[in-house]
Design a protein around this ligand. Structure first.
Ligand code: NDP
Ligand code: GDR
Length: 374
């Protein structure tokens, strides 16, 4: 029998990979997209199915995690076997600027979905996945972090996600719902939002190499993260809902690198060797050598990275390192891609775009490079 899944956040990085994954498994996939004044479905346009065709396997519904009646109606219509709650205001730095909205979407949004499932009498039919996060560990109490490590959230985003973590556990315990948390460490891809650190670096350096931007302005580059590939992580989201019993799992690679290392890797993929000098807000990265033809706009001695304190956070999560032993032992999950391979893929994709823009510029058709940062 065809299974039906509902994905909140289908237009985001994970939502797009998960939708592809579930369609390939034969699911009927429903997604909630937000009304926006410009197109926001770029990540899923390649799997879009014309609703005028008979029996489309992907259907989109307008909605918002702040809108209870809308969510309830969609769940009633779709009668999903599985709900993946991936929708969120997912940027940690932005959550300090918009804490109340972040709480409404990232905390109460989860409650709205769980209540809708219960209210509609679907608590024995519908399985629920909550996109929990390594940000819950915040000020880390144990290295590496596992399912039993105590939480200490450090941002309005993480505090909102803490509520969602516990309300998911609570609905499992109180109502016997199949509801579980994936505690996912950072995962990236060429579809990563442009203002998260990895994509900011790969896109920024590709643009600089092609002469479209001058310099990358960064925050805390000492920060350490356990980075995986989003494709590997959405596979685990599905696996978690296929078990006999609902449980929470940490998903991570078990390896940790600094933002500074990620800058070095990305530059190396473009044939650029860099040297870091200075310290604190005066630290810079200077080009020392260039190989190949991907960075025609650069010369040795050019400064391609500076620190801008506006990207420091009021409270930082300095270090995250996950222990995925439970996922490996119970679910047989192994990440297929390393952080370095993922970085190479991201640089390749961003370089392709930058080269297209540079070519247009050369012929007098300049495309504006978005100044949106983060
Ligand atoms: P993205 O930011 O790429 O995607 C977020 C999605 O949520 C987008 O589709 C966005 O819509 C949607 N959204 C935002 N606000 C609302 C709202 N009010 N109502 C409905 N939908 C909304 O995030 P990722 O794909 O990277 O992450 C998916 C989930 O996993 C998020 O919940 C995130 O917090 C969590 N997570 C992510 C990790 C990571 O490293 N990527 C790690 C751990 C957890 P639109 O496209 O219109 O903006
Ligand atoms: P994070 O991801 O906060 O871990 O949350 P992000 O990529 O934004 O930051 C990672 C680390 O890099 C440091 N950093 C910068 N970050 C950004 N965005 N821009 C900069 O210029 C910059 N310079 C240094 C940050 O301070 C931080 O330490 C992501 C999101 O996907 C969350 O939704 C998810 O829950 C967690 O990962 C796990």
């Amino acid at each position: 029998m065809t299974k039906t899944a509902l994905i909140t956040g289908i237009t985001g990085q994970d939502g797009s990979y998960l939708a592809e994954f579930l369609l390939a498994k034969g699911y009927e996939v429903h997604g909630i997209k937000r009304r926006a004044s410009s197109f926001n479905t770029q990540r899923i346009d390649h799997i879009y199915q014309d609703p005028h065709e008979p029996d489309p396997k992907l259907r989109l519904h307008y909605g918002d995690l702040t809108d209870t009646s809308n969510l309830t109606r969609i769940i009633q219509e779709v009668q999903p076997d599985e709900v993946y709650n991936l929708g969120a205001q997912s940027h940690v730095a932005v959550s300090f600027e918009a804490p109340e909205y972040t709480a409404d979407v990232d905390a109460i949004g989860t409650l709205r979905l769980l209540e809708a499932i219960r209210f509609l009498g679907l608590e024995k039919k519908t399985r629920f996945y909550q996109a929990s996060t390594s940000e819950l560990y915040g000020l880390v109490q144990e290295i590496p972090q596992r399912e039993t490590t105590p939480f200490h959230p450090r941002s309005p985003y993480a505090v909102a996600k803490l509520y969602s973590y516990w309300i998911t556990v609570n609905y499992r315990e109180a109502y016997g719902m199949y509801a579980c948390n994936g505690i996912l460490f950072n995962h990236e891809s060429p579809r990563r939002g442009e203002t998260f650190v990895t994509r900011k670096i790969t896109r920024g350096l590709a643009n600089i190499a092609q002469g479209l931007e001058q310099c990358l302005y960064m925050g805390n580059i000492d920060s350490l993260r356990d980075w995986g590939h989003a494709k590997d992580y959405v596979r685990m989201q599905w696996m978690m809902l296929q078990q006999d019993q609902p449980e929470d799992f940490v998903i991570a690679t078990g390896k940790q690198y600094s933002v500074r290392e990620f800058i070095e890797w990305s530059a190396a993929e473009l044939g650029i060797a860099v040297e870091f000098s200075g310290s604190g807000v005066d630290e810079i990265a200077t080009v020392t050598a260039i190989e190949g033809e991907d960075a025609p706009a650069l010369n040795p001695g050019d400064v391609i990275m500076r620190i801008d304190p506006q990207y420091f956070r009021p409270a930082e999560v300095d270090t995250l390192l996950g222990d995925p032993t439970k996922a490996k032992e119970k679910l047989g999950w192994e990440p297929e891609l390393t952080a370095r391979e993922m970085c190479a893929e991201m640089v390749r994709e961003d370089l392709r775009t930058a080269k297209r823009h540079a070519l247009l510029k050369e012929h007098g058709y300049e495309m504006p490079v978005s100044l949106e940062n983060g």
